[in-house]
Design a protein around this ligand. Structure first.
Ligand SMILES: NC(=O)c1ccc[n+]([C@@H]2O[C@H](COP(=O)([O-])OP(=O)(O)OC[C@H]3O[C@@H](n4cnc5c(N)ncnc54)[C@H](O)[C@@H]3O)[C@@H](O)[C@H]2O)c1
Length: 322
């Protein structure tokens, strides 16, 4: 697989300077998942400097979120950042987090779905989904559904608000199994798939979901983006299993983007006027339209049918009249 580690400014991508290209965010409300680490934490730091009215930093537990907020507020003081406990591997936790948010905020301008799990150990979530699919896709799809009324309301109430939902996906979606998503594997540990295929199909689902959501909700700008190969705890975990992978990753990390540069991809997607709703970008400024399975309508419809039937309260097509 070819990564474009310099996607933010390389020959294929476009220039993006966080200091000058992120517009002022005064008045806006932002929620970032996985905001306590890696690309999410960096995104919070960059966006906070543009002074949104309120930031919600979601992390797997409230404790982790609180710790991250304290640290970030030493870097960017005087920005209201609320910690939010959100375990995406638990629909119960997602519903509780959405309720906490909705109880205290009637506005949401940017939902940055950054969190992601990558594990070599096969596993399942609390609700019985394959751990990557349950965390990276089901948790985010449910959160999106629960926050959608607030996002739509924000778009309607503030016509200049530029409301967005951004999915941080991955070029590893190209390593999804044959056919893209193996639907009969989603409620198991998927032992017949390797870790990259399990992770890949969850990231492909994010792209397809974002694309279809954009079609149904033109009031909101919805896109997905690959952040490049970035030296974060997630990329480090890829090397944990085998000696050969550890060696390859040690060398590979020398060529990875820094967290600061990697985060530019999602910051661009979250703020640039050049973003087209429904697109998957790999790298920024360049549509990944031709990427494997991304334009597969049959697969997209099948995923939406699965989502609406499977995840309680996730019927989004019925909201077409809104
Ligand atoms: N680093 C890379 O090279 C790379 C490449 C492609 C895509 N990505 C994607 O970028 C995003 C950010 O990852 P990163 O590289 O900053 O790694 P990271 O490990 O620093 O961040 C991942 C975040 O997701 C959170 N998370 C994991 N499981 C969760 C759960 N059950 N509930 C809530 N939060 C959970 C983690 O706590 C962490 O905050 C992820 O979606 C990842 O898949 C990263």
């Amino acid at each position: 697989m070819k990564y474009n580690a310099m996607s933010f400014s390389g020959s294929k991508g476009i220039e993006f300077n966080t200091a000058t290209d992120i517009p002022p965010l005064l008045g806006k409300v932002i929620l970032v998942t996985g905001g306590n680490s890696g690309l999410g934490r960096q995104s919070v730091i960059e966006l906070a400097q543009r002074k949104p009215s309120l930031f919600w930093l979601a992390a797997r537990s409230l404790e982790r979120a609180r710790t991250a907020v304290e640290e970030i507020q030493t870097v960017v003081p005087n920005i209201p950042i609320k910690p939010l406990g959100l375990d995406l591997a638990s629909c119960r936790s997602v519903k509780a987090a959405a309720q906490t948010f909705c109880d205290s905020s009637g506005r949401l301008d940017l939902l940055l779905l950054n969190a992601g799990a990558m594990s070599y150990t096969p596993g399942m979530t609390e609700d019985g989904y394959e751990v990557h699919f349950g965390t990276n896709y089901v948790g985010h799809a449910l959160l999106t559904k629960l926050l959608l009324p607030t996002l739509l309301n924000t778009a309607q109430t503030y016509p200049d608000s530029d409301v967005r939902i951004i999915f941080v996906s991955s070029a590893v979606h190209k390593q999804a199994p044959v056919g893209g998503i193996q639907f009969d594997s989603l409620k198991s540990k998927a032992p017949n798939l390797d870790a990259m295929a399990r992770y890949g199909q969850s990231k492909l689902a994010d792209i397809l979901f974002a694309k279809e959501l954009a079609r149904w909700y033109p009031q909101v700008k919805i896109a997905s983006v690959h952040p490049g190969a970035v030296g974060t705890p997630l990329s480090a975990s890829v090397s944990s299993k085998s000696f050969l992978l550890r060696c390859l990753m040690t060398v590979g990390r020398l060529f990875m983007s820094s967290v600061e540069d990697g985060a530019k991809n999602q910051l661009w997607a979250a703020t640039s006027d050049a973003v087209t709703s429904g697109e998957y970008y790999e790298p920024i400024g360049v549509s990944g339209k031709a990427a494997k399975y991304v334009n597969n309508e049959v697969l997209t419809n099948k995923l939406w049918d699965w989502t609406e039937e499977e995840i309680e309260g996730c019927r989004m097509r019925l909201d077409e009249s809104q």
